[in-house]
Design a protein around this ligand. Structure first.
Ligand code: DAH
Length: 376
């Protein structure tokens, strides 16, 4: 089979899609391009118009490419016609591009406008409760001296809260008048009355030596008044190691008092009784307020509102851990000794920051908390 002979139009032309270069053809291509440019409503549409009308496959570009195949004497006129036409289209494209881009930017700005006159929710922000901030500070002190923070459950067993802590079977603190038990009566559960059971849990879990501070909420069947609340917070300290004595206890309390209240640390111990310590003591800190105002020469301001003129503030209980308690927590009292203490966090806040009424700490009025500012 013989090949089809080339048609007269394409014979000798390098480009099979060659365009006839004359006024009507080029004029029509320009008109079509200008109409498409005017009709484009977005820069994206205009991009397609550019491809269609001046891109490589467009009539104008193909016409441009065809010039080289024209007889010499026609090249100049054809070049002028195609060049000027393409120039018109390019100019129209550029103008429309500016127009559409400006409109799009304006629309985007309008859409993103923030109406500063729209009313906003003006409820005041919350504020950290000063008790929480104080508890953090206290924890920081203990972590700073190398102790760990330990926690335990607020619903506790009678065994951890009383038995393991050596409380006699008829100890008055076990009475339902003092302690909130969890129903039913024989559940063996209560709301812990102290953070001391965390001592037992920590000794059983971690063994000796041990240095821990245990902050947490405790519960008692107390009436809510200016100085009592049925729910309050304590921090328990426990150190178990070889050769610990009361001197280590006093040194720790002195450092604690200085860190929390400032001033010269002086701790005074008065004999007392707790089932889980022997010997046991009440601890008093020298009144930081009298100390700051009167200096070294006077012990107390008889009018002082912090200490009531005694020169001392009662802080809580402490002592050397009872050997029976060590035994019930699996620690050998022949090898290890320990000291422990328990402090009320609300009481520290009342003394340190002059809070006169427990109600302020419990009722949750944000104005009370805000007054303390935000301390991280
Ligand atoms: N748990 C005691 C209470 O709530 C306070 C206390 C006293 C804790 C002596 C101790 C301690 O660790 O040694 O009243």
């Amino acid at each position: 089979m013989s090949e089809t002979p080339p048609s007269p139009e394409t014979a000798g032309a390098a480009d099979p899609e060659a365009v006839t270069i004359d006024e009507p053809t080029i004029g029509a291509a320009v008109d079509a391009a200008l109409a498409a440019i005017a009709g484009a409503t977005t820069t994206a549409e205009l991009k397609q118009v550019r491809i269609d009308h001046v891109g490589d496959a467009s009539v104008l570009s193909r016409a441009n490419a065809s010039i080289r195949d024209l007889p010499k004497d026609q090249k100049a006129a054809a070049g002028k016609l195609v060049g000027q036409s393409k120039g018109r289209v390019q100019k129209a494209l550029a103008a429309r591009q500016d127009e559409l881009a400006a409109a799009e930017e304006e629309a985007a700005l309008a859409e993103e406008t923030v109406d500063v006159t729209v009313p906003v929710d003006r409820r005041p922000r919350g504020s950290r409760h000063p008790l929480r901030t104080l508890q953090d500070r206290i924890e920081d002190f203990f972590v700073g001296i190398g102790w760990e923070i330990a926690e335990g459950p607020e619903i506790e067993t009678v065994w951890y809260n009383f038995d393991a802590l050596n409380a006699e079977a008829n100890h008055p603190s076990r009475s339902p008048q003092d302690t909130l038990y969890v129903a039913p009566e024989d559940s063996g559960l209560l709301l812990r009355t102290q953070t001391s059971p965390v001592q037992i849990r920590a000794m059983l879990e971690r063994g000796a030596p041990l240095y821990i501070a245990c902050p947490g909420t405790v519960y008692r069947a107390d009436e809510f008044d200016a100085t009592h609340s049925p729910m309050f917070n304590q921090i328990e300290g426990l150190a178990i190691d070889k050769n610990l004595t009361m001197a280590n206890l006093v040194g720790t309390l002195d450092a604690f008092a200085a860190a929390i209240f400032g001033g010269r640390p002086v701790t005074r111990l008065r004999p007392n009784h707790f089932p889980f310590t022997e010997p046991s003591a009440e601890m008093d800190f020298r009144c930081f307020s009298c100390d700051a105002r009167l200096g070294l020469d006077h012990d107390a301001d008889p009018e002082c509102r912090v200490c009531g003129g005694t020169g001392w503030i009662e802080m809580g209980g402490c002592g050397m851990v009872h050997p029976d308690v060590l035994r019930s927590a699996g620690v050998d009292p022949e090898e290890y000794q320990g000291f422990a203490f328990g402090l009320g966090i609300e009481r520290i806040l009342m003394l340190r920051n002059g809070v006169a009424d427990m109600h302020d700490m419990v009722e949750g009025d944000v104005r009370f908390s805000q007054h303390y500012g935000t301390e991280i």
